[in-house]
Design a binder for this molecule. Structure first.
Ligand SMILES: [Zn+2]
Ligand SMILES: [Zn+2]
Length: 310
């Protein structure tokens, strides 16, 4: 929803990504303008379950006060989870004291500790955070889908399990007893299946760690604030140039690289995209409101990117 770096432009808002995965709606970063952009994306802000903040620079957090206030005005009662690096609790406390309004719901704040940790897990997916290197603490996030193994129906019937609730029990990983014999879930479940994986870098200098973190993912969303000619400036400011992001994508063997966080010195992302593509062909520089659909064993579907529109 936002693809600008420090200063937004007419066409690029501050950083924010909305992800729909199974029954959850999740935000990554919440820069200024996010609540307008989420409406533009036709996602109800009331549906947001969790917000993951990569780091506490203004361009990644300044949309929080607005969203938090609007959800209160809309009468939200469901808790809202906010994850982020150390300092996020203090930030939320300050936000709560702004603007003389009452918050009708609970803000559950989760400060991340550690360098490489799973911070959220449910049946269908998990979210992992890994510390990268920026001018302040920044976490990259990885979303990993957990595909349940296939239930071998014929095998279960062969073993004497009658179709019905016992199937569900086995599918959930519990043994069942049939005629005094124990049937174990692994007898009727196929091999583990790998699901889709996405990584979002937040702001960072190019990191060896990222190659490991983004290994074989379907999508790597990596910041590329500058073009190649500003390599030194990029490192100095804790950022990555397009070429280095492409090198990471290549070495990590990702399926699709998406670049974001464009410096306002550029009126177009064309040069950066070109530089990256010279190293890693499957690259696209994101525009605001770009939408992607990620499914396993299929090319990543990119829609709504102005660059690609005919
Ligand atoms: Zn930034
Ligand atoms: Zn930053």
């Amino acid at each position: 929803m936002g693809t600008a770096s420090a200063i937004p432009t007419k066409t690029r808002n501050h950083a924010s990504i909305v992800l729909k995965i199974y029954d959850r709606t999740v935000l990554f970063d919440c820069g200024e303008g996010t609540q307008k952009q989420i409406m533009e994306a036709q996602v109800s802000p009331m549906k947001i379950d969790d917000i993951y903040i990569t780091h506490l620079h203004g361009d990644h957090i300044l949309g929080l006060p607005g969203i938090i206030q609007s959800l209160a005005f809309r009468g939200r009662t469901r808790p809202l989870n906010i994850y982020g690096p150390q300092g996020i609790s203090e930030l939320i406390t300050h936000i709560k004291n702004l603007g003389y309004y009452t918050i009708s719901y609970e803000l559950m704040v989760h400060e991340i500790e550690g360098d490489d940790v799973v911070i959220y897990q449910q049946n269908n997916f998990l979210i992992r955070a890994m510390k990268m290197k920026h001018t302040i603490t920044n976490y990259a996030y990885k979303i990993e889908e957990i595909k349940q193994p296939k239930f071998l129906r014929d095998k279960a019937i062969e073993l004497g399990v009658p179709p019905g609730p016992l199937f569900g029990k086995l599918q959930d990983g519990n043994p069942v007893i049939i005629d005094g014999h124990e049937i174990l879930p692994e007898q009727v479940l196929g091999p583990p299946r790998s699901g889709v994986k996405l990584v979002y870098s937040g702001d960072t200098i190019p990191q060896e760690n990222m190659i490991y973190f983004a290994k074989d993912v379907n999508v790597l969303i990596h910041e590329a604030t500058f073009s190649n000619e500003y390599k030194e400036k990029a490192i100095e400011n804790g950022h990555t140039i397009a070429e280095d992001a492409a090198l990471i994508a290549k070495n990590a063997n990702v399926q699709q690289l998406i670049l974001t966080h464009l410096s306002n010195r550029y009126t177009s992302s064309e040069t950066l995209e070109k530089e990256a593509k010279a190293i890693f062909e499957n690259t696209v520089y994101a525009e605001d409101m770009m939408t992607i659909i990620v499914e396993n064993n299929k090319p990543v579907k990119i829609i709504n990117n102005m660059n690609n529109q005919v």
